[in-house]
Design a protein around this ligand. Sequence first.
Ligand SMILES: NC(=O)c1ccc[n+]([C@@H]2O[C@H](COP(=O)([O-])OP(=O)(O)OC[C@H]3O[C@@H](n4cnc5c(N)ncnc54)[C@H](OP(=O)(O)O)[C@@H]3O)[C@@H](O)[C@H]2O)c1
Length: 361
Amino acid sequence: MKEEFMNRAIKLAKKGIGFVNPHPLAGAVIVKEHSIVGEGFYKAYSSHSAEIEALNNVPEDLRDGEMYLNIEPFKDKDTFLKAIINSGIKRIYIGMLDPNPDKEEDVIALMKSHGIEVKIGVLSEQCQELNEIYAHYITKHIPFVFTKWAMTLDGKLASRTGDSKWISSEDSLKFVHHLRQRVAAIMVGENTVRLDDPLLTTRLEGVEISNPLRVILSKYGDLPIHSKVLEVDERTKTLIIASKSILREKEELLLKKGVQLLKLEEKDGRIDFKDIIKALGDMEIDSLYIEGGSAVLASAFESGIVNKVYAAIAPKIIGGKDAVTPVGGVGIERMRDAILLKRVTHEIVGNDVIFKGYIEY
Ligand SMILES: NC(=O)c1ccc[n+]([C@@H]2O[C@H](COP(=O)([O-])OP(=O)(O)OC[C@H]3O[C@@H](n4cnc5c(N)ncnc54)[C@H](OP(=O)(O)O)[C@@H]3O)[C@@H](O)[C@H]2O)c1
């Protein structure tokens, strides 16, 4: 039963995807006599917490009731404490503690001091994964970085002519849009813009859409001026990351299109990914999804900033020694130097297999 109610809290929390960053996803369930009597979730960055939502939506008498939270309360704490003490709820199950090192009030100790029983750790693995972005950002102040690529069975990211539409199945493409909805920013390199002219927006049916900030790595701003990513509006924004030595005319042309420009130091012909994520973290971007292409992914792995990898493998064979592979660059010399993924799982999505794993530094 406990797992079932916590699962419901997780499901509710997911309704906030795309709207609460850099805060955590939070859901709350109130149970009395083994039945759910109240629910809430954290809807948007400035709205009430999930707990308050749930407590506002329940019958008066909650004596001997229980509450399920996927994460320890992290906002509206005073209001929550008053409400929970008055409610008569006797026990709270919490999936994960708030990892914020600067949290001021110890809500858990305060609840305990008022006789409320607090149990921590129901479905803790699922709760931790749900808020891995928050946990990373709140402790390190840099975005949680993941990559996702689709490759053929023979390990290619695109054909020898640069065509990659579409390697993966329709279901895998939908998976991509769920990832886009989840993150604050998505990145591709300038060659991908040139060859694919992607929109990089979120396209999902039946939910309110949140587009990530589109981040384009383009040292000297050499982008086709009519590229889709250069068409911006209030809900669809673009940030170009360029070298400090970008030409003034290029810079002006891009700024005239309404995009933001971030100029960073160039070292040995490269912009260091460590500088990139530091700058994005300062902009309160808690998550970065690097979609490609091959050169950008190589550079990100070389800098040691990738936390999680998704790789979709499609049952197609295209050949071509010049067709790019997911991670280009120079590569390592010996197998013993390979980057090893941890906590690896996979799932079948449409005709593809999607691998998921973590890189621990
Ligand atoms: N199947 C998929 O999931 C998928 C996803 C995305 C893209 N793609 C495919 O990938 C192909 C494009 O890949 P690509 O490797 O040619 O291009 P890319 O990675 O999109 O862009 C390469 C550009 O980024 C620059 N760059 C990379 N790292 C940099 C850094 N740290 N600092 C500054 N500049 C940096 C490179 O500069 P330098 O020239 O100095 O190296 C180069 O100009 C396309 O065919 C596209 O269809 C496939």
